[in-house]
Ligand binder design. Structure first.
Ligand code: UDP
Length: 203
């Protein structure tokens, strides 16, 4: 997959169709896959933050989630077809999960928000099974303070359910740092940072 370089931040040159096809293929892969959704604000953040930038560089799918990226791609004469937003890709992935009996877990948002988001999603997509959720304000989840009991509880809960995809909603770059830190410990095929989308699904 071709990548284009926006201020040093590599972004995959994909439209929604391609992004969805690639994401779907991640469910059947041997290795875990990470999806990140940078917009202009995140590009500005990442260009000065080596750790965050490396996470984006290593991600399996980096979608152009901002009209600013589309404009920038035209300026460097390697135009992206369209903006692919995180929430639109999430919606398409959920539809795929519904058609293929995949399970999901949403981690993040204020207490009650992820529960409500999952409830609404399952109402709309009833074939999505064994779904779970946990809020994003548990103790110890600040990177550097790992190992707190509640953090282990969260990981255990995810691992009991073994979701096919884990959506992490702490906002950027917190969610990407968490994904990087815990990727090897969670039993799932795909990890995707979705930020405020959880609030949208909660309604
Ligand atoms: N959040 C969280 N834990 C934190 C900080 C934020 O769960 O420690 C949640 C917050 O409640 C909100 C989401 O992360 O649901 C961040 O949304 P925001 O709109 O800031 O992120 P963006 O979509 O802009 O990346």
């Amino acid at each position: 997959m071709e990548k284009i370089n926006i201020l040093g931040v590599p972004v995959h040159k994909v439209d929604m169709n391609e992004a969805l096809n690639v994401s779907s293929s991640f469910f059947d892969r041997d290795k875990k896959s990470v999806i990140v959704t940078p917009n202009s604000e995140i590009v500005m953040m990442a260009k000065d933050d080596e750790k965050f930038l490396n996470i984006i560089k290593e991600a399996d799918l980096v979608i152009p989630d901002g009209i600013g990226l589309v404009i920038a791609s035209k300026m460097i004469k390697n135009p992206l077809n369209e903006r692919v937003t995180g929430i639109d890709l999430m919606e398409n992935i959920l539809n795929y999960c519904n058609e293929n009996n995949k399970s999901i877990f949403i981690l993040g948002g204020k207490p009650g928000v992820a529960d409500k988001a999952v409830e609404n999603i399952v109402k709309k997509y009833p074939n999505i099974k064994s779904s779970g959720s946990y809020h994003g304000y548990f103790k110890g989840h600040h990177i550097g303070h790992e190992g707190h009991d509640e953090e282990k509880e969260v990981i255990n809960k995810i691992n009991e359910l073994k979701p096919d995809i884990l959506f992490v909603a702490f906002g950027a770059p917190k969610q990407e740092l968490w994904i990087q830190r815990y990727k090897d410990e969670v039993n799932t095929s795909i990890l995707m940072g979705v930020g405020g989308s959880v609030d949208v699904y909660a309604g």
